[in-house]
Design a protein around this ligand. Structure first.
Ligand code: NAD
Length: 430
């Protein structure tokens, strides 16, 4: 699966390169990571035993600036997955115009099976192991799947301890008390909403429709999925289905996402929750919620589908059954190239990951800039700046789409490739 994620992203890059005709030597540099480090971390478990966990930090390309990318804790993390995600970070940062290269990190671990103390030790040992290659001017990690501000707090503390003084700019996605930004947590999802609403406002199909008449299904109910479902619910959209790894809840009137979230915090998994349909006065009948599998959610009859969980969810196998008219990729790599071709033939627009979910790294960029300068952003300032960067990127990618008569993803890769290949030339690498 994850091998294919790397192949997929290189396939997209090749498609873009055929249109912009980039120097083959610059293109060759972008086919593999610059540095890939594997670390083995012995952790003393609470029962006195020892377990060794394997982790990676892959630094794909830094021609545009310091490496930047999250750290994922998941049992299925592998070198291949981290490599693919580090490549995606490289294109993403370039596509939205950030002065960053791309990297990614990960540890093969199920953090739910660790105690808080074991998790802290693992987080600190990971930093000890990669300390020589990270730092504010070298490589700036952030949270990703199953990592959070607390883990960033331990990591930045460990980095600062090794360094001899506090270095808040070494990590982003930190708690506010340690130099984080209040809106950073929601910035991935908020950025996706800015891009989505920009698209809807410019789309013949959607521009005259009210949010309440636009139905949405969200796959994944974690940092990104739950937050985007909540923002869209508050913006008046009809969020009819949400799911996590164990199943989905569906109600045709729409779900009260605040209530689902509250219940999830108490009861855990989404599908085990009591269903909270939105009360619509003009709908008389009292229809019960349905539970679906996460795969069924992808095929539900909605206007907008938002994959926000894991990679390779829309494939050649299910693409012909997708009913949504628009796919907003909040997860990294949820659509395979084969699926994308089928969706395109069917007139289904895909707003690609490297644009749609870039709000997280844009938020991280503001956090890093503020930390470097000892400056704190107001919430309003942060939200305005995030919106500006996302809309500027969307507009630039849209212009490339028209110029090259292509789809959004290829256009986003074209914008990224133009920046990367120009910088490679200027630096004299090729
Ligand atoms: P998370 O761990 O907080 O949430 C993941 C969610 O997906 C959970 O609800 C989990 O139950 C669900 N899930 C896992 N497997 C599933 C399956 N097969 N079907 C349905 N649901 C499933 O992770 P996150 O931070 O929300 O990240 C989600 C995606 O967004 C990832 O692809 C990540 O790389 C991407 N992303 C995250 C950020 C960020 O700021 N957190 C930024 C950019 C991209």
């Amino acid at each position: 699966m994850t091998d294919s994620l790397f192949k997929n992203t290189l396939t997209y890059l090749k498609r873009a390169a055929e249109l912009v005709k980039i120097d083959p030597r610059a293109f060759a540099i972008l086919q593999a990571p610059k540095r890939s480090v594997e670390v083995n971390l012995p952790i003393r478990m609470d029962d006195g035993s020892q377990q060794i966990f394997t982790g990676w930090r892959v630094q794909y390309n830094d021609v545009l600036g310091p490496y930047k990318g999250g750290i994922r804790f998941h049992p299925l993390v592998s070198r291949q997955e981290v490599t693919a995600l580090s490549a995606l970070m490289t294109w993403k940062n370039a596509a939205v115009g950030l002065p960053y290269g791309g990297a990614k990190g990960g540890i093969a671990v199920d953090p739910q099976k660790l105690s808080t103390r074991e998790l802290e030790e693992l987080s600190r040992k990971y930093v000890d192991a990669i300390y020589p290659i990270i730092g504010p001017e070298k490589d700036v990690p952030a949270p990703d799947v199953n990592t959070n501000p607390q883990i960033m707090a331990w990591m930045v503390d460990e980095f600062s301890r090794l360094h001899g003084y506090a270095v808040p700019a070494a990590f982003t996605g930190k708690p506010v008390e340690l130099g984080g930004i209040a809106g950073r947590d929601a910035s991935t999802s908020q950025g996706g909403v800015f891009v989505l609403e920009w698209f809807l406002a410019n789309s013949e199909q959607f521009k005259s429709r009210q949010p309440k008449d636009i139905s949405v299904a969200v796959q994944g109910f974690g940092n990104v999925g739950a937050t985007i479902a909540q923002i869209l619910f508050h913006n008046g959209y009809r969020v009819v289905a949400v799911s996590d790894s164990e199943g989905a809840l569906y109600h045709k009137n729409g779900l009260d996402i605040d209530a689902v979230l509250k219940s999830q915090q108490k009861k855990g998994k989404v599908a085990k929750n009591v269903c909270y349909p939105v009360k619509i006065k003009e709908v008389q009948e009292d229809v019960a919620c349905e539970t679906l599998t996460s795969a069924q959610l992808l095929e539900s009859d909605v206007d907008i589908l938002i994959p926000s969980a894991i990679e390779n969810q829309l494939t050649a196998e299910n693409a012909s059954r997708i009913k949504a008219k628009l796919v907003l990729e909040m997860a990294n790599g949820p659509t395979t190239p084969e699926a994308e071709e089928i969706l395109e033939e069917r007139g289904i627009v895909v707003l690609p990951d490297i644009l749609a979910n870039a709000g997280g790294v844009v938020g991280s960029y503001f956090e890093w800039v503020g930390n470097q300068q000892g400056y704190t952003w107001s919430n309003e300032d942060f939200a305005d700046k995030l919106k500006n960067v996302m809309l500027k990127a969307a507009t630039e990618i849209d212009a490339a789409r028209y110029e090259y008569k292509t789809d959004f993803r290829t256009a986003a890769y074209i914008v990224a490739l133009r920046r990367l290949s120009k910088a490679i030339k200027l630096r004299g690498w090729a």
